[in-house]
Write a protein that binds this ligand. Structure first.
Ligand code: CAA
Length: 383
């Protein structure tokens, strides 16, 4: 689906596709099998303007629209899902909320160099006892004069071990539930900040994920993002954007799995003919192709709505839900098309199969996406 793309968007898509084929895809297997963070790629992504794509140029970004962002992210995700999430977290979960909610002084210090890709950002919302229900988070922020002391533990933090700064969500008063949630920009060098356990994962093994431990972490009042109590809204707005990104990541993984399965089906013979001549395989390829087209339309629609300034909460959730479930189905069927070879690490479909799973979990599980969609459609009825 590219009927709605401008010439500039098509050129960007072609340039990123070419770059990913030459530079990113050939390294994906090595990075995954050795769980190596894709730091070697970040300067190249930065040089192409991909680390702060939707950030205005005055703050170091490329000043692109969301549709351009998803075009680039699909290419990156098809090449290496780990590199893609490293890039998307910096773009949408770190630079995004700073663009929207930071003061000019905060932007000068914490946005420009991150949007240029000279530094890396992260987003710390989840905790060991709350992921889907962030209103229940327990990390406490206590103000003493011009300083807040943050105490608690964050987990599942993408980019955590490599981030120079991150947005950390806390509560200033747990009894106020979501109205007590307060966000801070925290540098890795702040007193009381430490990286905890580095996680080993089923998929996206080259992306880094860790705990963050805050032991009376000393954060100046000037680093509060928004006012006390604004944190929940900041977190939710940020996840709305982020979900378009994860939908795109899933789309890219699904596309990569489909591409391998289709090629293999034309080359592998069984019973004297290519397996692509059998209806059993054709139906799988047909369903894969259809899910990818439908998923891409949902992603582009959500991105377009965001670009127009229209509400897109429902559409972002639909795009993420549909594409993440589609990617898991496509990757599973791609393994099946390749049979025994699909189960081996010699072919990339086993990596796609592992990488796809996380898209049904992070930035809101599929169950949460259904909840978000249901609330929106009932609201449309006045229900
Ligand atoms: N955009 C803006 N504001 C929103 C919003 C949205 N999408 N959803 C809710 N809000 C606002 C509401 O309007 C309401 O505001 P008021 O108080 O002013 O009325 C407030 O937030 C509370 O809303 P709800 O009562 O609906 O909140 P809730 O507690 O029922 O939760 C939820 C709603 C949708 C379930 C939400 O908790 C949610 O999205 N949960 C999933 C969290 C999530 O995605 N976690 C993933 C962690 S990040 C990650 O994965 C890290 C990584 O590194 C990749």
């Amino acid at each position: 689906m590219d009927f709605a793309l401008s010439d500039d968007q098509r050129m960007l898509q072609a340039a990123v596709r070419d770059f990913c084929l030459k530079e990113i895809a050939p390294t994906a297997e090595r990075l995954d099998s050795t769980s190596t963070f894709p730091g070697e790629h970040l300067p190249k992504l930065a040089a192409m303007g991909l680390m702060g794509m939707t950030v205005p140029s005055e703050w170091g970004g490329a000043g692109s629209d969301m549709l351009s962002y998803v075009l680039a992210l699909e290419e990156l995700s098809a090449a290496c899902a780990s590199t893609a999430v490293t890039m998307s977290v910096n773009n949408s979960l770190y630079c995004g909320p700073l663009c929207r909610f930071a003061t000019e002084a905060q932007k000068a210090r914490y946005l420009t160099s991150f949007a240029r890709g000279e530094q890396l950002g992260a987003y710390a919302l989840s905790e060991p006892s709350c992921g889907s229900d962030p209103a229940a988070l327990e990390t406490i922020a206590q103000r003493e004069g011009d300083v807040y002391y943050l105490t608690g533990r964050k987990n599942f933090i993408t980019n955590g071990p490599h981030a120079d700064a991150m947005i950390i969500f806390t509560t200033v008063d747990k009894t106020r539930k979501h109205k007590g949630i307060t966000a801070f920009i925290v540098e890795k060098g702040f007193e009381g900040f430490a990286i905890g356990k580095i996680e080993k994962k089923l998929g996206i093994r080259a992306s880094s994920t860790s705990e963050v431990v805050l032991d009376r972490c000393r954060v100046p009042v000037a680093n509060r993002l928004g006012n006390e109590g604004d944190g929940f809204t900041i977190a939710m707005h940020t996840l709305d954007d982020g979900r378009i990104g994860i939908a795109t990541q899933a789309l890219g993984i699904g596309r990569a799995a489909y591409t391998v399965a289709r090629q293999y089906a034309t080359e592998r013979y069984a019973f004297g003919q290519p397996i692509a001549t059998f209806q059993a395989i054709q139906w799988k390829l047909a369903d894969m192709a259809m899910k990818l087209e439908a998923g891409r339309l949902l992603v582009h629609q959500a991105a377009w709505l965001a670009d127009q300034g229209h509400p897109f909460v429902k559409e972002a959730a639909m795009a993420k839900l549909f594409n993440s479930e589609a990617a898991n189905w496509i990757a599973k069927e791609a393994v099946q098309v390749l049979g025994g070879f699909g189960y081996l690490c010699d072919f990339p479909v086993e990596r796609y199969f592992r990488d796809a799973k996380i898209t049904e979990i992070y930035e809101g599980t599929s169950e949460i996406q259904r909840l978000v969609i249901a609330r929106q459609v009932l609201k449309e009825l006045g229900g």
